[in-house]
Every structure is written in C-alpha cells, then in structure tokens.
Design a protein around this ligand. Sequence first.
Ligand SMILES: Nc1nc2c(ncn2[C@@H]2O[C@H](COP(=O)(O)OP(=O)(O)OP(=O)(O)O)[C@@H](O)[C@H]2O)c(=O)[nH]1
Ligand SMILES: [Mg+2]
Length: 731
Amino acid sequence: MAKKEEIARLAEKLMGNRENIRNIGIVAHIDHGKTTLSDNLVAASGMMSQELAGKQLVMDFEDQEQERGITINAANISLLYNSGGKEYLVNLIDTPGHVDFGGEVIRAMRAVDGVVLVIDAVEGVMPQTETVIRQALREYVKPVLFVNKVDRLIKELQVNEQQMQERFLKVITQVNGLIKKSVPKEFADEWTVKVQDGSVTFGSAYNNWAVSVPRMKETGISFKDVYEYLKSGRQKELAEKSHLSDALFQMVITHLPSPLKAQKYRIPVIWKGELESPIAKSMRACDQSGPFAMMVTDVSVDKHSGDIATGRVYSGTVKKGMKVRLVGLQKEAPIQKVGLFMGADFTDVAEVPAGNIVSLVGMKEVFAGETITDDPEMNSFESFMTEVEPVITISIEAKNTKDLPKLIETIRQVTKEDPNVKATINQETGEHLLSGMGELHLEIIQYRIEKHHHVPIQVSPPIVVYHETINSGSRSLESKSPNRHNKLLMKVQKLPNEVLENLIKSHFVGKVKPKDKEKAAMFQEMGFDNEISKKIWAVHNNCVLIDSTRGIDSLHEIRELVIQGFNDAMDAGPLSKEKCFGMAVFLEDASLHEDAIHRGPAQMLPTVTRGIFACMMDADPVLYEPKQMLTISVPEDYLGAVSKELGSRRTQITEMRQEGDSSVIIGKAPVKELIGFSQSIRSATQGRVIWTAEYAGYELLPRELQKQTILEIRKRKGMDGDVKPASFWLE
Ligand SMILES: Nc1nc2c(ncn2[C@@H]2O[C@H](COP(=O)(O)OP(=O)(O)OP(=O)(O)O)[C@@H](O)[C@H]2O)c(=O)[nH]1
Ligand SMILES: [Mg+2]
C-alpha cells in the first residue's frame, strides 16, 4: 500500500499539468455520507486498504470527530487517479455538514472549482443541501450529484425497482430546481445535473459501489441489476464489478473543470481589481510562471511549525525561501516550508504552482482570508461571503490563575484556527468571552482548550448574543464635549428593510474615502437616496454614518474621530452594550473649537458616542434576538411530545407534513429557547428524532421580555440596572 508520502511525491510531479488537475469539495447536509465517500477515494489512491474504506473515516482525524461521528473541520488530501492512460491529480476537501461549522464550507469554496453534492436517497434534499448548493454557485463552483445510501431504500423503505427510480428522479428534479435558483446565468443549462451524461452517480459509500449511465455502458450493469444485487444482499459483489471510486472519479474528471478552465471565469468573481493588469491576466490564465498570488482559506497551528496557512494558488509558483507580501497585514515574510496536507499530515514538497492547493509555513499572524503575493500591485481577494454570525457566547476563566497567560495564547490559537469563533474581553469583569455558531460549536472549542491545550477552565452557561436597534427616528439632538467647547447635532433613523437587506448582502464594512464615486454608486444601488449615498462616511455592524452638515471648514479634521466614535457606539449600544444594527446615524451640524488641541480624542469620542446614545434612546430602542430555523423529523407516535417541547420554546411552526412514517415539522425558534433543546427532545422521543437548525437572522424580542432581558444582560456585564434616558447622555 502506498504511503501518504509517496502519493505526495507523485502528486508533486502532476501539479504542473493544469488540464489534469481537479480541485473539489465534498458537500452535503449532515450525515449524508461525505466522509464515507471520501474514504473510498482515498482507498482507491492506495492510501488505505479497500476493506477499511468507508469505515476508517481518515478525513475525520480529530479525536472529537471520531468520537462524535461528525466532521468538524474541512480537511484536505491530494489523490491520484489514472483514467484512459492519463494521470489525474484530485485535490479534495471533505467539508462538515453540521450548520455550526458552516463557515468551514464557505471558506473551502474559495479553494475548489467543483463540488460533489452528496444526498442521502432516503432523506432527500434537506435544509443544508440547499445552503451548500447556494454557497457553491455563488462562488462559481460547479456541482455534480452523488445519490448515496441507495441500500437504505431497499433495506429500510422496501421500495420496488420502479419506486427506486422514482426516488432518484425526485431528488434530481429537486436538486436542479435549487441549482436553477442560484446558478450563474452563463451556466444555466450547462450546470444542471443530468443522468444521461453522467453528472449524476448513484450508490452506497458505505458499501463501496456506485453506478452512473456512462459506467453502466462499460460494466453492462443496469438499474434493474442494481436492484437485484441489493435485494439479494450482494452489495460486495456489486462493489467488485462497479466500484464507487471509478464512477466517482470519472464523474469528477469529466464534469468538473480544471483550474485552467475555471480560473478564467472565477477570478472576476472572487477578485475585484483591474482585469487588464498583468497579475489579473496571469490569474485568469492560471499562469504558473506569472507573479505569485494565493488566497488563504484555512489556518492551523502546529506545535513545531507554528501557523500553517492553506489556500489556493491562483498565479505563479510558490517555493521555499521566497519572500512574500501579506496584503491585509501589510507586511513581508519568508516562506519557510511548502507542503501539502494529506489528511492529518503535513508533507513537504519543493514547490507548488498555480491551480493547486498549498500549505505554507513561515507567516506569523496569517489569517484565513488573507491574500499572499510577490506582486507589488496585487490587491486583496474578496472576503468570504459569510452569511452567519455568532449567536451564542460563553464566558471562560482559567481554573488556576497561573494559567492565565497560557489561556490567552490558547484563545489566540483556537480563534485563528476557527475564524467563526470570536473572542472578546468583558471590560467590566475581565472575563474572556467566546462567541460561536451554536452550542455544539462552543462545546468543541471548550474541549480543544482543555484537552488539546491542557488549560483547565471554568465555563459559564451559554449566553445569547442580542442586538440593539431602534424602532423609529429620533429628534435632532445636540451633544457637547466634556470641555463644552464643541457641539455636534445628530439624529438617528431606522434603515428601511430593503436597504438593510442589501447592505447585509454587500458585506461592506469600513470607512469610505471622500468623493469615492464607486462606493457612492454602490450605496445608491442598495437603495440609499442619491444625495445620501455620496455622504456616507463609514459602515459598521450594518449601520451607516452619514455626514449631512453643510459648509463646516474644519469638519475634515474631526472626520476620523467621528468615525471612531460611531464604531464604538455601534459595538456597544445604550441598552446593554450589545452590538447595534440597522441604523443610520446623521451628523447634522457641528460647532468646533478653533484650536485643534481642544477637540482631540478625549473630547470628541465621548461627544459622538453619547450623542448617538441620546438619539437612540429617543427613537424607541429595542433588543433583537437571533433565531434558528428548525427542521425536525419524528415518527408519528412522538409527534405530541415534540409539539409540546416546541410549544414551550416560543417556536412558530411554519410547516408540517407527512413523509413516509415520519412527520416533518419546520419552524422558527429563538436561539435562547434552544439551549438544552437537543437533550430534552432526545429524551422526550427516546432518541427517535432527527433535527437540524439553521441560522435565520435576528428578530424583535417580544416586548414583554425586553425589560427583563436587558436587565439580565446588564447584570451579567457588571453594569448597573438602570438604562439611562436621552437626557442623561446629553448632560
Ligand atoms: N446505509 C448506509 N449508511 C451509510 C452510507 N454511507 C454512509 N453511511 C453512514 O452514514 C453515517 C454518516 O456518514 P459520514 O460519512 O460520517 O457522513 P458525513 O456526511 O461525512 O457527516 P458530517 O461530516 O458530520 O456532516 C455513518 O454512520 C455512515 O456509516 C451508505 O451508503 N449506506
Ligand atoms: Mg463528514
């Protein structure tokens, strides 16, 4: 059996041949069989025995993944496949299906050009299926389909041959419906999946077989035969005649694009720069001798090597010893090691050219999303289009005070490895706060801190992350600086829903340069008024700062301070210091001391933040709470128990339908009420329930819960119990 090292050596030889490379992701709803499928491809490359394929789950190498039976991290491996006398290099990323780890999928989409969408034939299209299709297509990543767990149709549902085929058809129709919704226009026809051309494969990853129409022509096995093999319990024999890896690799090689083909149309989507510049031309041509450019999609921290940055090389060739520029961090670093991740193991190689996925050592502070280059002109790739944000927080403390420095370093490492964990410090209490995507996500982080980094910690029960916003507009209010020499007139308004939605979709944050026509056009497109679009100074937490003053000479001198004060206010609102969202802040007038010394940060920052708080208090301020969309599948007998559970958790049920022997319930519930839901629903149904949750945005916390919730948050943060009225902030 070939070792990973040997495969890496062979892979190295193939990296220069851009036509014969495929960079692919395996994506699906949770548990539909991605890692089991990946195992089959790894085994076919000779890295483990065929008997173990589907059982060893080599891509789930972290202890918690094996223990819990789910994928947590996206993991890479390079595979080889010989087809028609040609050697192919397939760089594969196995992604997680659990929504708490959805960020991993989004990042992986930047590294690949195609995905194998896996669907459990019995469960069919599920919420996360829909999400991953959308995420792939948004990045111009082409999908093909693998209908998995076909054995379950016969064993569990006892379908006949015709019903089996009907099931297939239903899944394919649904998938194509979803593809049509998000597919780039130019690929509308080409990218739907079709049984006849082999962009759909059927099989059982666990039992190592698969068939597709082109494969059937080669093997002479028909759907009827497949049915017979399954019915008579001869899957092993079927696997010998029609092994999964052959059908799968054939589908990948025939229907998913090489980097040479894909980079032409993907570069203008993921990189917004001058398309006629030399670096752009080199990236679009996947030119391996051009300037070097790569985007980091994942960072891991190794005890010996330090930070390892993995990502996609879009142009040039990266070699050991090369000096590169980190565009976001604005610094240079030498590349100490160039390598590939082969599952758990980092394997050194001499160099990696464009069109491949590489792992680099030597760049301290590097982060997922960073652009690395040796071209002085190159600017950043587009940031990841994350549509989720942390909704739940725990506070942690080192059990032993002497561990504090180690805890701080550990937090730095875990947040670097998983950019979907956000760490902050509670200024009042000094506690470390970790925010994540859900309960499971934070459980895993906690486990890593204690078990991988060996820091014993005390953990608070989970806390929900609320947002502050306003329900109406305020009057124009005047805020004075502490020295009384400067005055700002301000007001706030709620952003109209449509504008807010567009703003969120744009992912724009940061300052806007004066007279930036491009940005003005972007804001106008979002639905902002024509004049206002030209006067936006900054966007923070989906709130905008607008300058609507007229003719104030020294205004540009306080511009930076006003933006800073605005950012501070939007990070910690007046109700309970939660983040704000969905507001427009107008600076309407300013009277400033003529001497700059009297309008420094100590004077101006509080004038801005207090002014904004006063306006917010004047505009019916409210808390919004995060919600999740639940999809629950439960046998008839337990429907009552589940309904009761949901009823006590403020759930709005939006749909209920029958599917086979199970009822499917879809509803929206507050994250707050879902704490502990997993355990109680399992015990209420004796484990006979399957459920998934998906982030569903923020909604108004019911009025009757506002006061009490604000009080709880303030208490937790060590603040006093009284929310201060507008007049307090204007004193
Ligand atoms: N009956 C049957 N079970 C399968 C098949 N393929 C996978 N499974 C089982 O389905 C379960 C989930 O498989 P995984 O490969 O871990 O699924 P996954 O999609 O990687 O899961 P996540 O990464 O956690 O989203 C395991 O118990 C597998 O043994 C199949 O073809 N038939
Ligand atoms: Mg998995």
